[in-house]
Write a protein that binds this ligand. Sequence first.
Ligand SMILES: *[C@@H]1O[C@H](CO)[C@@H](O)[C@H](O)[C@H]1NC(C)=O
Ligand SMILES: *[C@@H]1O[C@H](CO)[C@@H](O)[C@H](O)[C@H]1NC(C)=O
Ligand SMILES: *[C@@H]1O[C@H](CO)[C@@H](O)[C@H](O)[C@H]1NC(C)=O
Length: 460
Amino acid sequence: MKNLKNSKLFSISILCLLQIIIKANAQLSPSYRKLHSAVLVEKKLYIFGGFNSPNLTPENEVNYNKNPDDRFFYLDVSISFDTSNLPWRSVSNNVDNLPLGSLSSVATGGVAASIGGVNNDMIFFFNNERDNATKSDPPVHSYNSPNNVWNTQIFSGNNPIGRNQMRIVTDYNGKVYLLTGFDFTIQGVTRSSGLFVCDTINPDCVIKDASPFSRLGYGATLLPNGMIIYMGGGDRNYVPIRDGFRLIYLYDPANVEWIPKVTTGKKLPDDVGFTTVLGLNGDRIILYGGNNNNDDNNLYVLNITNYEWFVPKVRGKGPQYKRGEHCANVIGKYMVITFGSNGVLDAKYKEDGESDVLLLDISDDSEYVWTTSFDPTPLKNNSTPSNSLSLKPATNNISIIVGLTIGLILFICILSGIIIFYIRYKNSNKAIPTPGNVVKDGDIITIPSDYELSHGKYRI
Ligand SMILES: *[C@@H]1O[C@H](CO)[C@@H](O)[C@H](O)[C@H]1NC(C)=O
Ligand SMILES: *[C@@H]1O[C@H](CO)[C@@H](O)[C@H](O)[C@H]1NC(C)=O
Ligand SMILES: *[C@@H]1O[C@H](CO)[C@@H](O)[C@H](O)[C@H]1NC(C)=O
């Protein structure tokens, strides 16, 4: 009898310890996804939405929304990490704050999200117009990263439309560009193309003609001179546009002008769902991935001085499978690729144990490097690409504080375990067990409070 009692108390103490250890080390492990949004705000790469099931139904959506921390979270890019152990973090109070019901569901086309605001530290979420549930909401919602606050945003002018198949660009003046490639009706007028230009600082939207370039799943890259290069992509049925990389378009916001450019060099297969980023010197566009799996090559570069395509020199162990419907952000010296699928529905990379995040070191234009380790050291301003050996960040203070805190909690936990154990042991001869007070297996899930321990719930 005494042994049973003691062992139960012992297991409660052990569970207490385990729970604290698990809680302290809680690493988010998000499910894989495609057609999500990835927005870098300072040292946080926020991920929103996306989906991973072959059949996108409202029921799936309901299931996704049961887990807000898997809908909106971030990668901590302030620290070093290896892609085998990613520092995913949940947003504090996310379960209470994330307005999932006011953001268009992926089943209706999702949202488009990009950075903006006076301090360039807010994320703007543009709803689609088809989601009946969000139609009565303002079409734009914002998340203020430093203050962890969600807000609705009223824009004057045209109501913008976002979808997850649009590549959204924010320029150097806080203006957001949303290029459509589908039919839609705004303010009573049905259109089959258009470019929404929305000012996130003085909230206002206008729709511009985009007739030469109406697409989905295209590449959109902001150039240092403020122009945007659009290329590739598919029609409204997501069928790749023929020669979409041969004939590309520059959009000049200052003159509201579309400028066609015929490229030369390497011929790229037509594709949708790839990503493009500006090289660190601002003189080239780096293209990764896509949905077209008939092409073994993953990376192409467009020289934007002479508009010539070429295959860059690359070393390191690259991804085994080509990814599409992923996101790409430039963070420090890396092109950071998040999630995506292999082929339209598959996630072979995941089954193969490949990371959700791919890192391409693009600091040396003569040779890019696939790597698994992320170094947060900021790039040096002038020329010489920062050498990862030079400034390894010292063990970070936060981890020391976290470590000490965990240690202290563990110590208190062990100590109270021993004390409780000792008291129980001393009292054990007097206690008369009653059937109603037996601990059931299911009861041991939560950490018992001292009150519960001493007032019967766990009394044996
Ligand atoms: C949304 O509203 C439109 C027009 O009122 C209707 O045709 C459509 O069936 C609705 N969709 C859903 C999913 O309820
Ligand atoms: C890009 O084109 C310019 C102009 O022709 C040329 O000077 C430069 O070397 C090219 N860059 C690369 C990487 O090919
Ligand atoms: C970075 O370089 C630019 C131009 O070379 C210069 O104007 C700027 O002051 C530099 N910034 C820093 C922080 O050194």
